[in-house]
Design a protein around this ligand. Structure first.
Ligand SMILES: C[S@@+](CC[C@H](N)C(=O)[O-])C[C@H]1O[C@@H](n2cnc3c(N)ncnc32)[C@H](O)[C@@H]1O
Length: 310
């Protein structure tokens, strides 16, 4: 199982330096994937550190369970969304929480999951394969305006309207069922330019984010993680998308400041003093070294931010 679910943990040394796992510590890995980071946390917190791990994807759970089996009851694995972690981890008890967002290499590599623009497969893109909403449903039933909005907002694609129109025209002939068909429609709608990546990469990213409600998960998950940590506990978040990084940064800034804002706009006169709830462990995001990007190109856009609960 491990071999077909091979995922190289990103920013591994930096995550360990940030979370500083130690014996007796209690940790949550909210995005287990193949269990790479989880295994490192368990080793570093031996002999009695405890780790709760979760993933929405059943095949990730199977892979992580077999990889982490040797740790026995030091690890507790649940197939769920990290935003639900308060359902099975006691509030205010954790020394560290890790979220390594996005998709894993095995999810991208298996054509039948429908995540990859490079290989033809069904338009699926669900991390949780029991969920009803699929990429096919988004592509075939969402309005042209809704498609344009997500392609712009989550994909940052400047041709969002042209692409949404092309999808609407194509599906009027026959519904789009495969990643290959969608990629072809998108490529045909894009204005000519020098694309280093496949022309449909941003559209695939946008649809994946919508199918899995990734931004909603992150909003709920960050607040949930704050509640699970004990004072001095650390939250480490790895993002691969500037929208997500901005959300983590805003969440951190909001918790690190020493005042509340009353109303929508921050008017200095109307600030209400309060104690900071968290502090930044490093002000700037941590990026992978050149050597890591060379060895693992998927690390290229990774950014790590670390906060400590006060
Ligand atoms: C980049 S991989 C994690 C890799 C892992 N750190 C490792 O070392 O193998 C991201 C994983 O997070 C999972 N995931 C994404 N969003 C999730 C959510 N809201 N709740 C639970 N798991 C999620 C995906 O299914 C995927 O397996």
């Amino acid at each position: 199982m491990e071999e077909i679910f091979h995922h190289v943990p990103v920013l591994a040394a930096e995550v360990m330096e940030s979370l500083r796992p130690a014996s007796g510590g209690r940790y949550l890995d909210g995005t287990l994937g193949g269990g790479g980071h989880a295994e490192m946390i368990l080793k570093a917190s031996s002999p009695d550190g405890k780790l709760w791990g979760t993933d929405r994807d059943e095949s990730a759970i199977a892979a992580a369970s077999s990889r982490l089996a040797a740790f026995g009851d030091r690890v507790e694995i649940t197939n769920d969304s990290y935003s639900n972690a308060a359902g099975w981890v006691a509030v205010g008890t954790l020394d560290g929480v890790l979220l390594d967002l996005g998709v894993s290499s095995p999810q991208l590599d298996h054509a039948n999951r429908g995540f990859s623009v490079q290989t033809d497969g069904p338009l699926d893109m669900r991390m949780d394969q029991t969920q009803a909403l699929t990429a096919a449903e988004v592509v075939n039933t969402w309005s042209e305006a809704e498609l344009a909005a997500i392609i712009w907002k989550y994909g940052g694609d400047r041709d969002s309207r042209r692409i949404a129109r092309a999808i609407a025209q194509a599906r009027a002939e026959a519904s789009l069922e495969t990643t290959g068909h969608l990629a072809e429609v998108v490529a045909g709608a894009k204005r000519r330019g020098r694309h280093k990546k496949h022309p449909a990469v941003q559209v695939f990213q946008a649809i994946r984010i919508a199918v899995n409600d990734e931004l909603g998960e992150l909003t709920r998950g960050l607040e949930g993680a704050f509640g699970l940590l004990k004072p001095g506990g650390r939250l480490a978040v790895i993002t691969f998308h500037s929208l997500e990084d901005r959300m983590v940064k805003e969440f951190g800034n909001e918790h690190a400041r020493d005042y509340d804002v009353s109303g929508e706009v921050d008017v200095p006169m109307l600030r209400v003093d309060r104690e900071p709830r968290m502090r930044w462990v490093s002000r700037k995001s941590i990026r992978p070294a050149d050597a890591e990007v060379e060895a693992n190109p998927r690390a290229r856009s990774a950014q790590l931010r670390v906060l400590e609960k006060v």
